[in-house]
Design a protein around this ligand. Sequence first.
Ligand SMILES: [Zn+2]
Length: 64
Amino acid sequence: MNLDRFAYGLRDPQSIPMIGECAHCHAGIFKGYEVIRYEGELFCDTHCLGEYLLEVVDYEEVIL
Ligand SMILES: [Zn+2]
């Protein structure tokens, strides 16, 4: 039985090197994917960057 044709077109996620993890949600960040880098930290997307900044940046909620 020849299984060679099954070797094409399947991209095994396990074979993509993991470079790091999102500094906010800790999801894996993989080589070749478009991500956000901010001050040396990696984030999945701008949503995770925004959530991260809300946690680490000093700000105050005020009523005007
Ligand atoms: Zn994330």
